[in-house]
Design a protein. Structure first.
Length: 464
């Protein structure tokens, strides 16, 4: 095992220290500052290649973290693990800096396209105004007047043909203007999405910096306390772990109005959900703990409350949320959900922090077409597994635990190994394909760190 780790570390160092010559002319700092409008194509290509290389280094660090996780807990192992996690976070910040720069270029491109479309729209409006004036001039004259003002029938029919041509041009211009408006709306939507993604990346970057500071502090504390002595470190570990009595007295924070419940109750709920789905109880708790810590905006808004410039709940979730209110008997105008972030919608409900459209998958809400939802008890998976006669609710703790467990099962966590659970957590955070972007991996890392601690605490609780 140690030989594999040393080899992987060596490979990683070679990758970092001796990059390909194509990157010699560019750095992360340089690529973060250049403008897509003025940068050369060779610089753009080199910066994209640099981003790809950093992504590969992040994956290499992830493999190193996994190998370290598998080792017996020791001072050397834990310091090495912290160093690997710090390095991975540093690489993630570099990757995000490059990604933000690319997003800024894309935003600039969209702004330029919208500007061109606005200019075309204005010209088209002027053309339509001119055509309307011409048709009005003709409409103001009667057919008899038109005939009398022309010296012969051929001139009359020529003018009549001009009138018909103007009318046809007017229709075509109106159609073109409508198309320009549609294109502009699409481009504006794309621009807004890019701006939201940029804000999200910047927020995640700040979170990554906080993680590095936390890990550096933890590493410093370990080295100061132990002075590099393994026996002292093992003693430090034993003292830092909570006893069974402390765990029984502890509270577990739940998001979305779930409140603080006894840790022992949280463990029992997680064990029940795990028994129904095959997902590890400690992993279920880690996901729920992560969600309770992930933002102060959880459970503070009503669905249509404006925050960060938008309604809390996305329009796609409102139809099913309305039906849920009728089925569960809550007031849609007072029920609290998560507030929108600067980079996206809120509207997540209860401890599991599911948006209504996700809850519908497990809670029995069926879309019959055109966002018309109905509740079907036979498709309420949570209700069926609990064996109850009432609809499941995202605001009831037991239901939320089971819903989280069902989603994690469907994300692949039931396989039970580190990689499967880590991947399932990232899918929970960023969608099924989110695993392909190393910049989403921090979420899986944080969940798995919590899972390791919670697993040890559950063992202590069971033994005590």
């Amino acid at each position: 095992m140690k030989k594999r780790i040393l080899f992987l570390t060596f490979v990683f160092l070679v990758t970092v220290v001796a990059p390909s010559s194509v990157f010699a002319a560019v750095t992360v700092e340089y690529c973060s500052q250049i403008s897509g409008a003025t940068a050369s194509e060779s610089d753009k290509t080199a910066c994209k290649a640099l981003l790809s290389q950093i992504d590969q280094q992040i994956l290499a660090q992830q493999r190193l973290v996994e190998l370290k996780q598998a080792e017996r807990q020791s001072l050397e192992r834990d310091v090495g693990l912290l160093e690997a996690e710090i390095k991975k976070s540093q690489l993630s910040i570099q990757a995000r800096s490059l990604a933000i720069r690319e997003l800024n270029d894309q935003i600039g491109d969209k702004v330029a396209v919208v500007s061109v479309l606005d200019e075309r729209s204005e010209k088209q409006k002027q053309s339509i105004s001119s055509l309307i004036r011409k048709t009005q001039e003709i409409d103001d004259n009667s057919l008899a007047e038109l005939m009398l003002t022309n010296s012969n029938f051929s001139e009359f029919f020529a003018n009549f043909e001009d009138y018909r041509t103007i009318n046809n041009s007017l229709r075509e211009s109106v159609q073109v203007l409508a198309e320009i408006r549609r294109d502009t709306e699409e481009q504006m939507t794309a621009l807004e999405e890019k701006q939201l993604e940029e804000a999200r990346q910047r927020q995640l970057q700040e979170a990554q910096k906080a993680i590095i500071e936390e890990k550096e502090e933890e590493k410093t504390t370990i080295l100061e306390v132990t002075k590099g002595e393994e026996a002292v470190y093992q003693q430090h570990l034993a003292q830092s772990q909570r006893t069974a009595a402390q765990l029984r007295a502890a509270l577990f924070d739940l998001a979305g109005g779930g409140g603080r419940i006894p840790f022992t109750e949280a463990v029992q709920l997680a064990k029940f959900a795990g028994a129904k789905t095959g997902v590890s109880p400690s992993f279920i708790l880690a996901i729920l703990e992560q969600e309770s810590e992930f933002g102060s905006n959880i459970g503070q808004c009503t669905y249509n409350q404006i925050a960060n410039g938008r309604a809390a709940m996305g329009p796609g979730s409102v139809p099913v949320f309305t039906v849920m209110a009728d089925v569960l008997g809550f007031d849609i105008n007072t029920q609290k959900v998560s507030c929108p972030l600067s980079y996206g919608w809120g509207g997540a409900m209860g401890p599991s922090q599911f948006i209504p459209s996700t809850w519908a998958l497990y809670g029995g809400y069926v879309n019959t077409g055109d966002d018309v939802y109905v509740y079907n008890a036979s498709q309420d998976s949570i209700r069926q597994l609990l064996g109850i006669n009432t609809p499941s609710s995202p605001f009831r703790n037991q239901d939320a635990f089971l819903a989280t467990s069902l989603l994690m099962r469907d994300n692949g966590a039931a396989a039970g190994n580190y990689d499967a659970e880590w991947t399932a957590a990232i899918r929970y955070y960023s969608g099924w394909n989110g695993i392909n972007n190393p910049r989403n991996h921090f979420y899986g890392d944080q969940v798995m760190q919590k899972k390791a601690r919670l697993e040890a605490e559950i063992r202590t609780l069971d033994a005590g």
